[in-house]
Ligand binder design. Structure first.
Ligand SMILES: [Zn+2]
Length: 131
């Protein structure tokens, strides 16, 4: 199956986010994790979103609520504006992105600067500043 990846990398899903979202491999950069989380939002994979959130924030998450949010929101497009660190040899990283979303039939532009950290070698989402 070679449908385009929801994260708009212009790669096919099976060569982009699918191995991450399906738990077959780990994203080696913060940007790849960010993309796979956008894809998980598109596909309603709340478990993946929870699993890729850092331990401290995960404790506050309501996975059921997150699943409801995934159903209410439609991800239209993603644009990565900049990244800082977040590479193979980094322990922290940030990704600035714009995501076009549709929430309850209303279009909106979500702007976020997300923070990522490595936990036991795996990239995890910490939180984000929105404006
Ligand atoms: Zn992707």
């Amino acid at each position: 199956m070679s449908r385009p990846c929801p994260c708009e990398s212009k790669k096919t899903f099976d060569r982009c986010c699918e191995p991450f979202v399906m738990g077959r491999s780990l994203p080696e950069t913060a940007e790849k994790l960010m993309r796979s989380r956008f894809t998980a939002y598109s596909l309603g994979k709340a478990d993946y979103l929870a699993a890729t959130t850092c331990a401290e924030e995960r404790a506050k998450l309501d996975v059921e609520e997150l699943g409801q949010y995934c159903k209410a929101v439609k991800c239209i497009s993603l644009r990565i504006l900049s990244t800082e660190a977040g590479g193979k040899d980094d322990e922290t990283g940030t990704v600035v992105f714009h995501a076009k979303l549709m929430i309850n039939g209303k279009r909106m532009l979500h702007r976020e600067k997300s923070r990522f950290v490595r936990e036991e070698g795996k990239w995890m989402y910490v939180d984000g500043d929105t404006n």
